[in-house]
Design a protein around this ligand. Sequence first.
Ligand code: HPA
Ligand SMILES: [Zn+2]
Length: 330
Amino acid sequence: MKTWLRELPKVELHLHIEGSLEPELMFSLAARNNVALPYDTVDEVRTAYDFSDLQSFLNLYYQGMRVLHTEQDFHDLAMAYFERAHEEGVVHVELSFDPQAHLNRGVELAVPFEGLRRAMRDAERRWGMTTALIMSFLRDRDASEAMDVLERAAPFYESIDAVGLDSAEVGNPPAKFAAVFERAKALGIPRVAHAGEEGPAAYISEALEVLDICRIDHGVACLQDAELMACLRESQIPLTVCPLSNVRLKVVPTMADHPLPAMIEQGVKVTLNSDDPAYFGGGVLNNYLACFEAFDWDRDLFKQLAGNAIEAAFMPETRRSELLERLSTC
Ligand code: HPA
Ligand SMILES: [Zn+2]
């Protein structure tokens, strides 16, 4: 099954590229850019990755990304991830990044855009891997800052496949960003948002109603609300679920407690993703394997989930047909 899962053509829809920064690369970029780290060894970094909730993770996530300064740094970060993903049988990656977390420490918008875009072109050339780019807003900062970033990103609109919403959820409901998402819609940019990770089911409903999103990131709180469940079942809006992330951030106590089986049983369109692979125990394949170990799912179910991700992806229809065809022969 492990070999079969590796060979299954997998699509990743929920990946924070800054969360793919492995400690080894963190040290080499720190040396390259003369950034002091509060750790002496790679092992010390890994030991620090013991989180009690989303905020305790975010503190280290924002600290770690301070080693990223140049276009080349963002390129190298993304290429290192694409190479690992390729080895895991991932054929399409939708990576999100947090421009505000870089702007706020003096790294201009063009730096991540150009570094990531170059890596995306290189991944396509080297492995035939297709990719999409999601520009995410930090929900724990003012909406006016997000609006400003959206306007300043005008030279890069051709490079943006969607906008997203991430960071500390509780107390920062989707409606706070209504105007920003309305502006993105007017610009013709698709929209996704984290909702129902640590926050309540009401945030998922609000994100759907107020932000007019086409995908929900996480969404694991949906079972709290029967009306929302009926809406998710009928609309078949995709949810990008990240099971290992949910365990590491104590959204659920263990894999065995994860709501994924109940969500699938009740007809919700779910996909499996890694979120922040360097911090949460691995990439997409490890998330598939963890589900196999916890739930003993059969090949048909994994094919259904991989197919959901292909259907939910931002990709040309020719590529979608090609991947669905490949999946059907697995
Ligand atoms: O898991 C996450 N949740 C919210 N924001 C994030 N930003 C990076 N990872 C995450
Ligand atoms: Zn996320």
